[in-house]
Design a protein around this ligand. Structure first.
Ligand code: PGA
Ligand code: ZN
Length: 429
């Protein structure tokens, strides 16, 4: 039974305020979580509450969200059974008429939801991944990682237009090997960049990727492909590429503006450019290729781009079951990014993974560009059997907290399985 709920203003990896919360239970167990926050946020994700006080933290303070926990949310969950996550989350969601939780604050709601989950797991005496696995599977399934190598967009001062070029170790046979290969590719990329006389490799973007030193977007794809070879690995067979365009950030209402390439492309010519990139480089996954509300464009783009390749919706689906349902019904994309703070509660995020799985869509659980030292995301990936995970690059402790937790689960579980390349979606939805 939940007996006490305490919240406070903490800091995320960008140094911006975020909400921390501790939930205590009658038996003495407790759970604590600090929630993440995005920078390239979509218009349909759950809404954070931030203080409109420019005198503190440049207006990013979360004292109002902390107050929301204390005055609104804590009374709703106190006395409930923490082991019944659905009931706790339903109570939290009932605090707000806004389905996007803008009044109670999605950052406040998720903090309580997660701390409740962690308290229940602590009380159960089982690791979190086991506590959240619902389908009777006891063997942990380690996800295929998608690892940020080169960053652009809102995470790197727009050093590139596209947001991330990632390494996907498709040939690896364990999680540990996958991570080592990704780290090797990152190091080789840094070395090639430095050799080309460009950038100082000390410039690290929000998610730990390399930032700067490239003249145009395609150069990033060529660089990472070369780096795979330079690392002694085979592009496509051992390590393939994924791209997160974060296209909302490029869309000007009519076309896609690529400042680095000096062009604004019509949607049709933008798609032709993407198809060309996919022919020239070993791209196995494409994320947010079009603006988040262009359902017709997405439906038309899905067969050409999503055949033999994962086509992943992030801002498009916003970890929202209704939007994912619309996509499934319309044959849009073939995979969904799952970000718990886009949903607002643990239960909503879990339902999105279940809906995706039932429809044959792949799932990629994901951290945010502003993240925290918490590692619960890794346990959710394993317990929910998402098959894939994206948490940024192989450095910065808010990133390695998740990788290290996955390494720990793999090393300490004799029956651990690795999802590998089979987790990638390859056919139109
Ligand atoms: P965000 O970026 O956390 O800034 O939204 C992550 C992503 O776009 O996948
Ligand atoms: Zn994204």
């Amino acid at each position: 039974t939940i007996t006490d709920v305490v919240a406070w203003e903490a800091l995320d990896s960008r140094g911006r305020p975020t909400v921390g919360c501790r939930v205590g239970l009658a038996g003495g167990a407790s759970g604590r979580a600090i929630v993440p926050s995005g920078a390239s946020t979509g218009g349909h994700e759950a809404r954070e509450l931030r203080d409109a006080d420019p005198g503190r933290y440049d207006g990013y303070g979360v004292r109002d969200a902390v107050a929301s926990v204390t005055t609104t949310l804590a009374p709703l969950v106190t006395g409930l059974d923490a082991a019944d996550q659905e009931a706790a989350d339903a109570a939290l969601e009932s605090a707000d008429d806004d389905p996007l939780l803008g009044t109670a604050g999605a950052n406040a709601v998720l903090a309580v939801s997660l701390a409740t989950l962690l308290a229940a797991a602590a009380a159960s005496g089982r690791p979190l991944w086991q506590h959240v696995s619902t389908d009777g599977d006891t063997a942990p399934l380690l996800p295929l990682p998608m690892v940020n190598i080169v960053s652009g967009g809102a995470h790197a001062g727009r050093a590139l237009d596209i947001q991330d070029v990632l390494a996907v170790p498709v040939g690896a046979t364990s999680f540990a090997q996958a991570l080592e290969w990704a780290a090797r590719v990152r190091a080789a990329t840094a070395e090639l960049l430095a050799r080309r006389g460009g950038t100082t490799t000390a410039l690290v973007a929000d998610e730990g990727g390399l930032a700067g030193g490239l003249t145009d977007n395609e150069a990033a794809l060529a660089l990472v492909t070369d780096a795979v070879e330079h690392a002694g690995l085979t592009p496509g067979d051992d390590v393939a590429l994924a791209i997160d365009i974060a296209a909302n950030q490029l869309y000007d209402g009519a076309g896609y503006r690529l400042d680095r390439d000096g062009v604004t492309l019509t949607p049709a010519s933008w798609l032709r450019r993407l198809e060309q990139w996919c022919r020239d480089y070993p791209v196995v996954s494409l994320e947010d290729v079009l603006a988040e509300d262009d359902w017709a464009g997405w439906a038309a783009a899905t067969p050409p781009l999503g055949t033999d390749r994962q086509l992943l919706g992030d801002d498009l689906f916003a970890t929202n079951a209704a939007r994912l349902r619309q996509g499934i019904d319309g044959g849009v994309a073939n995979a969904v990014l799952v970000k718990p703070n886009q949903a607002g509660t643990v239960s909503r995020a879990r339902r999105v993974t279940e809906l995706a799985r039932a429809a044959g869509y792949a799932t990629v659980i994901s951290a945010r560009s502003g993240d925290t030292e918490d590692s619960w995301l890794a346990d959710l990936a394993v317990g929910w059997r998402t098959g894939q995970i994206k948490v940024g690059s192989t450095m910065r402790s808010e990133r390695t907290a998740k990788w290290n937790r996955l390494l720990e689960i793999e090393a300490t579980s004799p029956d651990a399985q690795f999802a590998g390349a089979a987790a990638l979606s390859r056919s139109p939805g």
